[in-house]
Design a protein around this ligand. Sequence first.
Ligand code: NAD
Ligand code: ZN
Length: 683
Amino acid sequence: MTSNEEAIAARIKELRESIAYHNHRYYDLDQPEITDAEYDALVQELMRLEEQYPQFKSTESVINQVGGQVNPAMGVVSFSPPVLSLNNVHNADELHEFYNRVGQMLAEDTPKFTCELKIDGLSVVIRYHEGQLVQAATRGDGLSGEDVTQNVRMIRSIPQILHQPVSFEIRGEVYMPRSAFMALNAKREEEGQSVFANPRNAAAGSLRQLDPAVTASRELSAFFYQIRQWTQDSQFSSQITTQHQALEFLRTVGLPVEPHFAYCESFDEIMDYVQKWDSKRQTLDYDTDGLVIKLDDLSKQAILGETQKAPRWAVAYKFPPEEVLTEVLAIEISVGRTGVLTPTAILKPVHVAGTTVSRASLHNEDIIRERDVRVGDFVFIRKAGEIIPEVVRVEKTLRPPHTVPFEFPKTCPACGSDVVRLPGEAAYRCTGGMACPAQLREALIHFASRDAMDIEGMGEKTVDLLLNAGLIKRVDDIYRLKEEDLLKLPRFGKLSAKKLAQSIEQSKSRSLSRLIFALGMRYVGQRVASLLASHFGTMERLEAATYEDLLAIPDVGERIADSVVTFLSQPLNKEVIANLKSLGLKMIDDTISGDQDGSQKVLSGQSIVVTGSFVQMPRKNLEAWIAQLGGKVASSVSSRTAMVIAGDKPGSKLEKAKELQVPILSEQEFYERMANLGIRYSQ
Ligand SMILES: NC(=O)c1ccc[n+]([C@@H]2O[C@H](COP(=O)([O-])OP(=O)(O)OC[C@H]3O[C@@H](n4cnc5c(N)ncnc54)[C@H](O)[C@@H]3O)[C@@H](O)[C@H]2O)c1
Ligand SMILES: [Zn+2]
């Protein structure tokens, strides 16, 4: 080999590996790392090199393969004949070449075509038997796909039973409407989950699920465009001789068919269709990445046949992706209603895919870092999934001097509280909770809800009225509301104002456990709230608790401990709690101030080991008292032991406790701790 040939061979190898890697990201994981245009450029370069240097050509080459791997856990469906892909053209010249080639092969001057929109979703093959849906599969690698029958049954627009008892195997595209995609991503962003790159990936990720319930929870639709084969002869099969008849037939039997297909009798008509849809497709609620031009006559299709990868009788005309260059004027951080911080690039306005764009999502810190987007940079903007503008990449050659890497803020732009990034999440969150104006509405609704402070009459609607009237700026303002204020609210009469004022007043005596839950600390649900209330007994002690104190409680892990300590150390949160206290809310656990039955279960749920001999009371009395306070007396020390009470001559249990870092209290310390909670021994 010459050195030039060696370099070519190396480049071909590199391209094949890179394409195989991106195929895997795209088809198997539904998580592409590069845009389709970037991917297509790799494929084109490889095809060109293989053309030019046929000595390096291989039938095994990635460009002859269809799709990705099949996940065997989903069940495998095999196809005969194989389910193929399409060859692409990118401009009018290439399309004309295709048109001429078909004409030549058929020895015909004006072959007729059906033009369709190319839906950007994922390909499915569905079998109907006598009108009943019996099986559905993804395209997979073209020879076999994943069995998604149960998942497809969850898609409302795909009928289980057709209007006619036909038996056939058809092909279509499952997609996620743009509106559903935007709503899904907005929700995922709010929840701190990763977002889907585009509707195609969202559709694929939603359909390729082991649990059909996940598919059911996502809004998916489908369009069908091909009768692959008839599996039983019927009067219909012989009547359908063209592609446009096939589409009409699919529609007649009740299947969804994309309505904008056109029968074209000349190349000019095809070009009219191309021009019309180049921009008009942006008005649809589904993504289209091109058009498909198909020889209309089915018997002529059979004459042309197919190659290993694609039919010779059809071609995909791909629209150029619109990417435009613009300047980043600022990076803005907004706070969502659950406290998630979302970065947005503020752009010098540009025209992309039919609209003017002046903002683009940067999703989260990792993405900003990975793409190294800076204020002052020139960036390429693209409509991801053709709809949400996204910063694709930075044009580094145009970077002005003195730009600095973007620093994610350490505090919330809405309230100034610290922000945290929780393990496993992509998003930062404000820890200001009920003190953060961005989160106030949610915080109020949660605070007043039935399981929290149970303020009757203060549901979502009332919360909105109160906020609109400017009566509440912070959670503690609830307890400053007067009946006269409430009377001013729209639709509030004397009676309803009085009732709401009463239920607010009544809520002051809710248990400490409810109050802790009502504060809305992350990871502190009802169960953990009640655990904290009974363990600490008072709000004051909870506020004073360290991370280690919290971790020492059985069932409290690092996540909870961290969340509680961070929340309670925010000055604004402290202020709200102090105000709630002075406004008369109960800050002591019920069980300590004494329930009706007099029981004071401050130790409930705790496993306690008693060792050694005791001075102030016999050991068995101490043990009985612990049990009476709800504790469980255990005989050996483990990592789940809440504390060890050590008397004289404690023995090996003490060593074990030290080793496991279990808190050790002397007899005296234990009595003092109880006394602090207002509990004295009485038998
Ligand atoms: N970004 C990446 O990393 C990456 C990786 C691999 C592939 N890709 C992209 O995937 C595409 C290649 O995938 P492909 O092999 O599925 O081919 P394709 O998407 O280019 O075309 C074939 C597909 O079009 C679909 N289709 C939609 N409407 C149709 C209609 N009316 N008639 C017929 N078919 C219709 C069918 O599902 C068929 O499988 C390229 O656009 C490529 O850029 C991207
Ligand atoms: Zn905040």
